[in-house]
Design a protein around this ligand. Structure first.
Ligand code: FAD
Length: 330
């Protein structure tokens, strides 16, 4: 049995039956894909709620290449590289664009999967193409930006039909014509001519203040997605709940702040067994004291039911929840 407590940031004390570490394309070539296979990066968006009896493959591919062109930088990072270390490296080299995405935990390979985003920027903006190894057909292929079907916390890689695609590396393009993205309220205190270095430092500082450090208080970041609802439903909510934060989307729909919905429903600091809603950030569930998978699922369900009954809004998990053989929710 292989202990998983250190392999996912929610640190549930469970084990895996079979683990294969992938440190080369050759290791993928000899892999036999099964229905219960799960690809793991750094486990910061994955919660194992029970002992995992499937086949767990852990990404360890490394390497970064940077090429300059007239208009920008072409950056290739292997999927097992750490995302935040890549951001720090790029900003240090004067390659700007990813500064708002500093300190997001996890691997480069997982970044396109849910199209990681923070402080008004999504990683998809800089993804030119993604290298994929098809673990069923045993062929390598490249997906263009368009083929990745990026959306809010979503991409083609999340669809069950493509779970056997192992992302081996990501090609980014960072244009030299850089523009700071400062529209997010938390960045309002920065000067309009703030440098990328200043933005990165500020983002790191805010994240350290607002979010619990998984190394000290195990968690998986935002547990739920911010719900996106039609404008008519949004107007009803604004009438019933004055002051509800609403972010109008380009397509006319409205994005709500799940943290606000949970907080105002009086669910902050709620706990079930060892699992709890974080006292400062209601969107983050934490493993306060040896939480079991059942504690986490029960707490999440309690929150979903309360939010549904109070606002008529469905909260979908952003985290990947696994039971003994695979994904419960993705
Ligand atoms: C404290 C904290 C703060 C966070 N803040 C943010 C935030 O601001 N914005 C944000 O977007 N996210 C945030 N997250 C979530 C997390 O950082 C991201 O989802 C990150 O991309 C997960 O990387 P990982 O390597 O840990 O992925 P894992 O949890 O290991 O995997 C996540 C998913 O990607 C798949 N996957 C992983 N690697 C590969 C691969 N090589 N090929 C194919 N599929 C793969 C897995 O099967 C799984 O479905 C936060 C998490 C924490 C703990």
């Amino acid at each position: 049995m292989f202990p998983l407590k250190q392999k996912h940031s929610f640190a549930v004390d469970v084990n895996a039956k079979q683990v294969i570490e992938i440190d080369s394309i050759g290791a993928l070539q000899s892999l036999v894909w099964k229905n219960d296979t799960y690809i793991l990066g750094e486990g910061t968006n994955t919660i194992f709620t029970e002992d995992f009896n499937g086949q767990l493959i852990i990404n360890r591919l490394s390497g970064i290449e940077i090429k300059e062109s007239e208009t920008g930088w072409h950056v290739y990072a292997a999927a097992g590289e750490n995302w935040h270390k890549l951001v720090v490296k790029l900003i240090g080299l004067g390659i700007y664009g990813s500064e708002n995405l500093a300190l997001i935990p996890g691997s480069v390979g997982a970044a396109p999967v849910q199209n990681i985003g923070a402080y008004g920027v999504e990683v998809a903006t800089f993804i030119d193409r993604v290298e994929v190894y098809d673990c069923k057909l045993h062929v390598q292929t490249t997906l263009s930006h368009e083929e990745c079907e990026f959306a809010y916390r979503d991409s083609i890689f999340k669809r069950p039909a493509h779970w056997h695609w192992f992302i081996t590396g990501v090609h980014f393009f960072f244009p030299k014509a850089w523009q700071a993205v400062l529209g997010y309220p938390d960045l309002a205190s920065l000067a309009s001519d703030a440098t990328a270095e200043q933005i990165m430092s500020h983002v790191i500082k805010i994240r350290q203040q607002k979010l619990p450090d998984p190394a000290r208080v195990p968690n998986a970041g935002s547990f739920f997605k911010n719900p996106v609802i039609p404008q008519a439903d949004c107007q009803r909510l604004q009438a019933d709940f004055p002051g509800i934060p609403v972010f109008l989307q380009a397509n006319g729909e409205c994005k709500l702040a799940a943290a606000w919905l949970i907080d105002k429903a009086g669910l902050k600091s709620l706990s079930v067994g060892g699992a709890a809603v974080h006292e400062r950030q209601a969107l983050v569930l934490v493993n306060r004291n040896n939480a079991s998978g059942a504690d986490i699922l029960s707490l999440a369900e309690h929150i979903q039911t309360n939010v549904r009954e109070r606002y008529g809004v469905e909260l979908e998990p952003e985290v990947r929840l696994l039971n003994d053989y695979g994904l419960i929710y993705s």
